[in-house]
Unconditional design. Structure first.
Length: 429
């Protein structure tokens, strides 16, 4: 294999050449060095030697030195956003929380029937030599590539583009990818979970590959199916996967718009309704989150015993859940709760947002934004026309943040038992 380092349009492997795009060429990130090393290691596994070419001699020497000290780079953490390919008009890069495998309607039926994603070799059940000779192997991939299930990053459009290419039996045009665009079925997986699969391997090109098969009930996170093909597929979906399926209307202008829409849905799936067994962890998150506000404004258990940081208890939150029937949601990363909010239904199709919070250690990562947007959607599904909130009026940063999402300040009130002024805001739907 030949490795070419440069400022290409994107990273790809084509006809025996690994075109490695650098996001800041001629500079190279440690993560990009890691992927080059992983590519070399993968090729070595299949007895293929690699040669590196780079027009910048200093960069080439740096890469060669790094390869000779590969242990330093193989544990480099992936970035949250990879900007080697910036074709995506929304994110300007690949978001790395999720990976997905996209397929056609017909293939999705077969996948649901067996409950597994299969490699091309296992799914097609023909000799690999035949697969290699097929016209759709335009990149001239070697035999071992057909032994693996391939993934793209979760917000990437490449999978849908490939599905259309195979359906059309030609490269799709701009018109095909816009007004005539028909999305495929996307199987989403959490990156941090799927890398634990016993047959996972990094090849330096894709986010990861899995050899032979993946049992969906054990690994899949969500399955996104366009509403247009719901009737074609719903009878094929096994009972143990039905709760993983989300049907999505394709009201998008093009393939990029669709990719962004479905990825936002997947991101919001990180927000889950909580039940009684989660109460204790949620209380800890609420108290730790509101403690920073108490510290900033000088609230203490003595001068503000009713403030959330001091007054929230398991008994209180449990009562709100089970007796007051408030809706409660938490933002999860792996099995850990990082943020929380609750909604209390009120008269006149109104609701009150309570205790929206994010742990201090993970702030400034848009978790609060995702929770708030999820709360808006929850309220609309309950036919609410207005959302009310109460804030610490002196917290101008928080007030400005809510105003940026369309909340309007409606007034204030002072209570003897609080050393601060209560501010009231509302948002109309």
């Amino acid at each position: 294999m030949l490795i070419k380092i440069g400022n290409f349009e994107f990273t790809s492997v084509w006809d025996g050449v690994f075109y490695k795009k650098l996001s800041q060429y001629p500079k190279i990130l440690d993560w990009e060095i890691r992927t080059i090393i992983e590519f070399i290691e993968y090729e070595k596994k299949y007895s293929r030697e690699c040669k590196i070419e780079c027009e910048d001699s200093n960069l080439l020497k740096l890469i060669e030195d790094a390869i000779s000290h590969k242990e330093k780079y193989l544990n480099i953490q992936r970035p949250k956003l990879i900007t080697e390919c910036t074709a995506c008009p929304y994110r300007k890069g690949c978001v790395t929380d999720f990976v997905c495998h996209t397929t056609s309607v017909d293939n999705a039926k077969k996948i649901f029937q067996c409950g597994k994603l299969l490699s091309a070799l296992n799914a097609r059940k023909v000799p690999v030599e035949e697969l290699m000779k097929e016209g759709r192997n335009a990149a001239n991939d070697p035999a071992d590539y057909f032994e693996y299930i391939m993934f793209s990053w979760g917000n990437c459009q490449a999978g849908d583009r490939l599905v259309m290419e195979r359906n059309l039996k030609r490269f799709p045009t701009e018109e095909d990818l816009s007004i005539n665009f028909n999305p495929g079925v996307r199987f989403y997986f959490e990156y941090e979970n799927l890398i634990k699969h016993p047959d996972m391997i990094f090849d330096g090109v894709l986010p990861m590959k899995i050899k032979d098969e993946i049992i969906l009930k054990d690994w899949v996170y969500k399955i996104l199916i366009p509403t247009k093909i719901k009737k074609d597929l719903e009878s094929f979906i096994p009972n143990n996967l039905k709760d993983k399926v989300i049907y999505v209307e394709n009201d998008c202008k093009d393939i990029w718009d669709w990719s962004e829409k479905v990825y936002k849905i997947i991101e919001n799936c990180m927000i889950k309704k909580i039940d009684e067994e989660n109460i204790s962890e949620c209380v800890n998150v609420i108290k730790e989150s509101f403690a920073t506000v108490a510290n900033e404004f000088g609230f203490t258990p003595t001068n503000a015993p009713g403030f959330t940081a001091f007054s929230m208890t398991e008994e209180k939150l449990k009562n709100q859940l089970l007796e007051e029937h408030r809706l409660m949601f938490a933002f999860y990363e792996q099995e850990n709760i990082l943020g929380f909010y609750s909604l209390a239904l009120q008269d006149n199709n109104e609701c009150e947002l309570n205790n929206l919070c994010v742990l201090p250690s993970v702030r400034h990562k848009n978790i609060g934004k995702k929770l708030l947007e999820h709360a808006f959607q929850s309220a609309k599904e309950l036919n609410c026309t207005k959302m009310n909130i109460g804030i610490v009026e002196e917290n101008k940063i928080l007030r400005n943040w809510y105003e940026s999402f369309g909340f309007i300040h409606k007034g204030t009130e002072k209570f003897d038992f609080f050393p601060f002024t209560c501010g009231y805001m509302e948002k109309l739907f």
